[in-house]
Design a protein around this ligand. Structure first.
Ligand code: PMV
Length: 355
């Protein structure tokens, strides 16, 4: 019997953010979060368990996307290379969790490819851990339900649990390993929402989200955000159900700013020096956030959200997307003419076995 399977998973974009952990070992979050799977940001992973392997092997297809490209496209061309030690160890740790479920010790060869470059403001850890989990479980013939797969993916990377179900998804924070998982709120077809990810810089961020999570509770505003979240999360869930774009946009934009307020007020010491907070924004980021306010005043229905990086995610309905892209291009010419890369995402499907 072949012990090999390939799976595909999409990255996701949070409207209610996961920012801060209640349990760092289990990746239990402080709050429920809501997201959408992103059509153009996928990971494809093949896992082959092989009795002759002395150790796990992790191979990665490197991105071939060019710096000056203005559209991000699939780069699956070249031969895979051994992954860096940090990433390889996270893969091995996740394989160990799945081997424990199957009660086996066989080592595996893992080959993984992303459709999007790192540094585009979309974390590949979510799609990567979701694809790895689904492929490894399938290769071992484990017939796991979506909730169990989501729980396992969460152990690899918190937000990965949201890449298991299709479309619009809520991660139930839970209180222990078995009740912290994501489930679907609405199918991808339910609502033609578009995320235009405007990549203002490809520089890797200085503070990874794992550190941001740790610092979050140190901000004096963290508890204030947590107090408002049950109502806000309910509003965003309801707005998705009712396709109420205005409520969705206002609440999502306010939540992104709440998360960044916490990051910017998470005082800490790094490299021996005191810092008042973590700043993920660049000047271009702020310029776009200000432009969105003006575009809305001019009647364009567009809102933003941001993850732990400078990329601005412009949210609009499908029939407004070309007008929003035009507004971005006009802003570029009014500035210095430099073109930002834009990735256009629609709501996407579940993590699944392919091939
Ligand atoms: O899953 P992590 O540890 O990469 O954290 C994700 C953090 C954010 O992207 C900023 C928010 C989120 O909910 O995805």
């Amino acid at each position: 019997m072949p012990h090999i399977a390939t799976a595909q998973a999409h990255a996701n974009l949070a409207f209610v953010k996961y920012w801060g952990k209640a349990d760092a070992t289990l990746n239990l979050p402080l709050n429920n979060s809501i997201s959408m799977n992103l059509s153009e940001a996928t990971t494809i992973t093949t896992v082959e368990f092989d009795d002759s392997l002395p150790a796990d092997q992790v191979l990665l297809h490197n991105s071939t996307v060019q710096q000056d490209q203005t559209q991000l496209t699939l780069p699956f061309g070249e031969a895979p290379q051994p992954a860096g030690a940090g990433f390889a160890q996270r893969v091995v740790n996740q394989l160990d969790r799945i081997r424990a479920v199957a009660s086996i010790r066989t080592r595996a060869r893992v080959t993984t490819a992303n459709s999007f470059p790192s540094g585009a403001g979309i974390a590949s850890s979510a799609s990567g851990m979701a694809a790895l989990t689904v492929a490894a479980a399938a290769a071992l013939g484990l017939n796991l339900d979506q909730r169990t797969l989501s729980i396992l993916a969460r152990r690899g990377s918190g937000s990965a649990c949201r890449s298991i179900p299709a479309g619009f998804v809520e991660w139930h924070a839970g209180t222990n390993n078995d009740d912290s998982y994501a489930s679907q709120i609405a199918t991808p077809e339910h609502w033609p929402l578009i995320d235009l990810a405007v990549v203002v810089s490809r520089e890797p961020k200085k503070v990874p989200s794992s550190e941001g999570h740790q610092l979050a509770l140190g901000s004096p505003f963290s508890q204030a955000r947590l107090n408002t979240l049950p109502e806000r999360t309910g509003n965003i869930r309801r707005a998705i159900h009712e396709r109420d774009f205005e409520t969705f946009g206002r609440e999502t934009e306010a939540e992104a700013l709440a998360m960044h307020t916490i990051a910017m007020t998470s005082a800490h010491v790094a490299d021996g020096s005191w810092r008042s907070g973590v700043y993920y924004w660049l000047p271009d980021t702020l310029e776009l956030l200000a432009a969105v306010q003006e575009w809305r005043a001019d009647g364009l229905e567009v809102y933003f959200t941001l993850d732990a990086g400078p990329t601005v995610h412009l949210l609009c309905l499908a029939d407004q997307a070309s007008a929003v892209i035009d507004a971005v291009r006009t802003l570029e010419t009014e500035r210095d003419g430099r073109i930002w890369e834009i990735m256009r995402n629609e709501p996407a499907g579940a993590a699944r076995v392919i091939g």
